[in-house]
Design a protein. Structure first.
Length: 415
């Protein structure tokens, strides 16, 4: 059945013989009174698929047309974000493209950090993290990293991919990148998915970071120390992006070593004979393992009694026991926020760069060798190495944990 003037088809009946059975729907009279755009408006602007299903039923009938006209009301009332296509492309050379993102911590670290900058090389998937105290430190840290890539790897950064934030989109950053011939690519405002690789690696970092803290029942104020360890571990773990090769192998061309790894937060005993008061003094002290030194071939060990971080290569570990668990018991998410309440303390000796990789050592050596980075930022009022230990600051402990004894105070570096 067609409309004679326009030759537009209204209804079709198929026949297997000489006769054509005509079964008109009850609402066929509406066909002459309205078109699909009209019914689209009458029915509250449903989608094209819904409209087609309704038109095929016997309760309502109207001819379905090609809805090529844009419905303004639908754009205002039903507009959705367009889908993102999964990107499988990778840079062909090291440092051709780096992904950057700044993450804000809900808890200020025990060393005074509030943020960390993550930089990911698109070609090798190697990861660097830099804890920061202020957002304004982002530019100087990024500039130092670009110089580090040029000096240590003989490679020039060509493209910087970041999100649309003021710590990246400012006159200082734009002028510096323009002077270096580096192209700045930013995601659209409120479209963080365009910086997806940096977002995904931050999720991976934080998953490891949280797991390390909960494993050792350590307060969340130690997230910078856990961040450093998580960065080291992710760089030597196989990743699907590299077809289950490691970022360390992709960047340095040699496999990583694992014999220096120890359980984060476990008990450890560094050798203290060189600094003993007299020959009958204890030759070690019970500490907490805080990670791998970025500037020494050794380990960070936290002495809970003297509030110092001892850096040593002569360390014996008990990887099945944890000091914080013994003091407070297994932690819960709520406990981690209240175990310690310290501000304005001296920073732990973890530099701004956590790029750490094993050096070529003898089989008997089980230490981590790390590439040097920029100078450590000084904190006003921080105690010197030869100063007397300050009294422990007042701490807040939940009532359920007070019976376990006082929590540790802030660490202070000691060589």
């Amino acid at each position: 059945m067609k409309v004679l003037p326009s030759r537009r088809e209204i209804f079709r009946c198929n026949s297997s013989g000489p006769l054509y059975p005509l079964r008109l729907p009850p609402a066929l009279s509406f066909a002459a009174q309205g078109s699909s755009p009209l019914w689209h408006r009458r029915l509250g602007h449903p989608g094209h698929e819904t409209l087609s299903k309704l038109a095929s039923t016997s309760s309502v009938y109207f001819p379905i047309q090609d809805c090529s006209d844009l419905c303004h009301a639908c754009q205002l009332g039903r507009h959705v974000r367009l889908p993102f296509h999964v990107s499988t492309s990778r840079a062909s050379s090291k440092f051709d493209l780096i992904h950057c993102h700044l993450w804000t911590s809900p808890v200020v670290s025990i060393s005074g950090y509030k943020y960390y900058l993550v930089i990911l090389d698109d070609c090798t998937h190697y990861l660097w993290t830099f804890p920061l105290r202020l957002k304004s430190d982002t530019f100087s840290t990024l500039a130092q990293f670009i110089a580090h890539a040029s000096t240590q790897f003989g490679a020039r950064v060509k493209v910087v991919q970041c999100d649309n934030r003021k710590e990246f989109d400012n006159s200082s950053t734009r002028h510096f990148l323009l002077s270096q011939g580096i192209h700045l690519r930013m995601s659209c405002p409120y479209t963080s998915s365009q910086n997806g690789k940096a977002e995904h690696i931050i999720r991976s970092i934080n998953n490891v970071l949280r797991s390390l803290l909960f494993q050792a029942s350590m307060p969340s104020r130690y997230w910078v120390e856990a961040l450093s360890t998580a960065t080291v571990l992710l760089n030597i773990l196989p990743t699907k992006t590299l077809e289950f090769s490691t970022p360390h192998l992709a960047l340095f061309g040699k496999p990583a070593t694992y014999d220096h790894l120890r359980v984060f937060g476990c008990k450890c005993c560094p050798n203290m004979s060189a600094t003993a008061i007299h020959k009958l003094a204890p030759r070690s002290v019970l500490c907490v393992f805080l990670g791998y030194s970025a500037h020494h071939k050794g380990y960070h060990c936290l002495d809970l009694f003297s509030n110092r971080v001892i850096i040593s290569r002569h360390v014996i570990f008990d990887e099945t026991a944890f000091r914080f668990v013994e003091r407070y018991g297994p932690s819960t998410p709520a406990d981690l926020e209240f175990l310690i309440d310290i501000t304005d303390v001296a920073p732990a000796p973890i530099g701004p760069s956590h790029k750490c990789f094993p050096a070529e050592t003898s089989p008997s050596t089980s230490d981590a060798a790390c590439a040097p980075a920029g100078p450590r930022e000084a904190v006003p009022g921080a105690p010197s190495e030869d100063a007397e230990d300050p009294p422990a600051p007042a701490l807040y402990i939940p009532p359920a944990l007070r019976a376990a004894g006082p929590p540790p105070s802030a660490p202070r570096a000691a060589l």
